[in-house]
Design a protein around this ligand. Structure first.
Ligand code: GYE
Length: 310
């Protein structure tokens, strides 16, 4: 049995130990497929360092099973909170139930999930992908007079941004019967994927292609390269619209090589950690919080460039 004195000393020391213990947060990142992703990882890491948070960062290399494994390992390590950027929308319930049983709050960032049980996560923080797709389609309708043949470069199959950007765009096109998607394939959100798929599209459809709608800038930039290699001028012979607004794409818009990019802000490290702190303090947080996104085209890209942060 412990002596009274030991118990007394231990009780005195406890608040000190608790105060000194840094927050431990596990972050299951998708991978490193795009410049957007690099900026997102950097924001999460640098903000953790700034706040003295011990961040356990896992790169799933584009595979959901790796992400699930990372979440399980965070549970075993007994972290204070788990942050996930879910690669795909489905298949999360079992591992989220394990986190719930272990009483570890889960914050979804960037991409949402499809689940019938929303009690399995504390909240979602990210962009409204449907709204981004709608903005891209509206811009296109306005700048083409509602006419043209489109090829679509989709993001990672099954991912929330690919699903929603595709759906929003298709829904908006219903109002413009002469704007048509003639082909659509996944380039996996990667530059090399965008280039390869565009090369195949050019071989198959040749001069019939008037417009490229890419679900992200990396694929749009890859497609621009394929168009140049085919002896055509991206941004002129073929209109290119995409999403993310990474620096390189905003610059390409200013240079006339791309025509429009809808912003999707990846710098939400501060918002994520503020939210984690609130949850751990027992405060309530909104179930879904969306970042506000802008659109860049020839009218504002050059002016915006100096202040772009990613
Ligand atoms: O648009 C793309 C990235 O989930 C919003 O994933 C993110 C998307 C982003 O690879 O570049």
């Amino acid at each position: 049995m412990k002596s009274l004195r030991t118990v007394f000393l231990a009780a005195l020391a406890l608040p000190l130990v608790l105060a000194a213990k840094p927050l431990r947060i596990g972050f299951a990142q998708t991978g490193a497929e795009s410049a957007w992703r690099t900026a997102n990882s950097e924001s999460m890491k640098s903000e953790a360092t700034k706040r003295g948070i011990e961040l356990k960062f896992s790169d799933a290399q584009g595979k959901q099973e790796n992400q699930i494994r990372a979440v399980r390992s965070f549970i075993t390590q007994g972290v204070d909170a788990i942050v996930i950027a879910p690669i795909v929308e489905t298949g999360w319930d079992p591992v989220l139930r394990e986190a719930k049983r272990a009483k570890i709050p889960v914050i979804l960032t960037d991409r949402n999930i499809a689940t019938a049980d929303e009690s399995l996560f504390a909240c979602f923080i990210g962009s409204d992908f449907y709204e981004e797709g709608r903005m891209a389609a509206d811009w296109l309708a306005k700048h083409t007079g509602g006419k043209g043949s489109i090829v679509e470069l989709q993001g990672t199959p099954g991912s929330a941004p690919a699903n929603e950007r595709r759906k929003a765009f298709a829904d908006a096109l219903k109002n413009y019967p002469d704007l048509k998607i003639i082909d659509s394939q996944s380039g996996n959100f990667e530059r090399s994927g965008g280039k390869q798929v565009m090369e195949a599209f050019l071989k198959k459809h040749g001069k019939a292609i008037q417009i490229v709608y890419a679900h992200n800038d990396d694929m749009a930039l890859g497609a621009a390269q394929a168009i140049e290699e085919a002896g055509l001028k991206p941004g002129k012979d073929i209109v290119i619209v995409s999403i993310d607004a990474i620096c390189e794409a905003v610059k390409a818009v200013a240079d006339g090589r791309l025509n429009c990019t809808v912003e999707c802000n990846p710098l939400f490290g501060p918002k994520v950690y503020d939210t984690v702190a609130k949850i751990l303090a027992g405060e309530s947080v909104p179930k879904k919080a969306f970042n506000k996104d802008e659109l860049f085209d020839a009218t504002n890209a050059a002016t915006a460039l100096p202040t772009r942060q990613y």
